[in-house]
Design a protein around this ligand. Sequence first.
Ligand code: AMP
Length: 287
Amino acid sequence: MKIIRTISDMQEAVQTLRRDGKRIGFVPTMGYLHAGHLSLVHLARQQSDRVVVSIFVNPTQFGPNEDLEAYPRDFARDEALCRDADVDYIFYPSAAEMYPPGAGVYVNEDHLSTKLCGASRPGHFRGVLTVVTKLFHIVQPDVAVFGEKDAQQLRLIHQMVDDLNVPVTILPGPIVREADGLALSSRNVYLSETERREALCLRKALDQAEQMHASGERSARSVITAMEKILNTTPSARVDYLSIVHWNDLSPAEQLEGDILIALAVYIGRTRLIDNTRLKTTDAHAS
Ligand code: AMP
């Protein structure tokens, strides 16, 4: 496994791989890796000859009052995990390498990025789309894997690749959870013992929604009310948003019909956690 820190070295390495006809799989991350990230690496592995993982805590996707400085970092641990997972290259640039002074071009999306997380984190998706575009140009992957955990991000990456004709296949990876249902996240380390227990309310609320959907409930309002009840009775939880939207345009859905995303962001103490579920309904027997 090679660790590459400069853009020119990474571009040189992929040029050689491409000349040799190797298919490149790419997993962008902010590091502090967990089994969710590694599941994406395994997916990339299945689809390619060489796997590149980037580890970069991207400053442009953090707001001024967010946790950029505090974001957990442990490169030695990440390196060992990547080695075990058979990663071929870690791209590990500095912020100065990625954003030299004077940089002023960004990738922005005007519609999907204003909703859900975009509404509470202005500029977040501009930062994400900009860094992913840069990483795509640096790594030049055939296939790039993104987690369904960040559902809106995944939706936006698809949109960007379509709108800008980026020659890369986007592969979604299912959400990996702890045994009790909490979605794995690098930010889970912020949680105290009590908060860790109470963080389960996100999954419990989604379970409730899935059960209601399975038993024929189609009213988004009823589902939201039932989910809110679970979240609002959890002492450390403060809901940032809880939305039932159409997957395609992320517009609010009144009925659970078609391809639906139920997404939520909840502060558990000071830690903001997100989770979601996709419900695809093709039946006609709505209640
Ligand atoms: P991050 O390091 O949090 O920016 O995440 C890097 C990639 O891993 C993104 O595509 C995330 O959606 C994905 N990811 C994060 N957590 C999970 C999880 N629990 N299951 C699956 N994918 C995840």
